[in-house]
Write a protein that binds this ligand. Structure first.
Ligand SMILES: [Zn+2]
Length: 185
């Protein structure tokens, strides 16, 4: 749980389309940390969308095209290596197949997941329209990458991507006994 939660007017409106996304420009230290975590320098990064307890830029927002023009439809990219490993363990546990099955059976969940896809696409199109309706992670009707969904939820906050939110909430048991370094606010 959070140590404290000051009465913030920032949380008065429900998180919906577009979300309370806050992007902070990368510092030189962020670039060094990113390179250490990912093994290569950042490319096409607009800024940091979320910092985890390790102090690294755990989710960055990337431009729809890299500097050389290559389309890069994954807008939120998960960078903390510890967090990435935990999400990978979650994927190995078969969580994605279960989620995809639930999407086929639960209309409300499916509708929420489709709205998450539309929100993702609208935000990305505002940065640069790739002319495609594809987003990432299997959205809008499948779950193919939990890293994408976790990154989305951490970037935009609770209430936008129902399956991303679920994945973040369930991550605790995948940190091998360590405290989870990322949580929804
Ligand atoms: Zn972390």
């Amino acid at each position: 749980m959070n140590a404290d939660s000051p009465d913030s007017p920032a949380n008065t409106s429900p998180a919906t389309f577009g979300a309370p996304l806050q992007i902070v420009a990368m510092s030189d230290t962020d670039r060094e940390l990113f390179t250490r975590e990912i093994g290569r320098p950042p490319r096409g990064v607009i800024g940091v969308a979320y910092r985890c307890d390790h102090g690294v830029p755990a989710v960055v927002q990337t431009a729809p095209r890299l500097e050389d023009g290559t389309p890069f439809p994954t807008m939120y990219y998960l960078c903390c290596s510890v967090l990435n490993s935990a999400v990978s363990r979650m994927e190995s546990d078969g969580v994605m197949a279960v989620m995809t099955q639930r999407l086929a059976e639960d209309e409300e969940l499916a509708a929420g997941y489709r709205r998450a896809h539309e929100s993702y696409l609208a935000t990305r199109n505002a940065l640069g329209d790739l002319g495609i309706g594809v987003t990432a992670g299997g959205m809008p009707d499948r779950v193919k990458c939990l890293h994408v969904l976790v990154a989305h939820s951490l970037a935009v906050g609770r209430g936008v991507n129902p399956l991303g939110d679920e994945a973040v909430e369930a991550l605790g048991e995948y940190f091998r006994g360590d405290r989870p370094c990322a949580r929804l606010v």
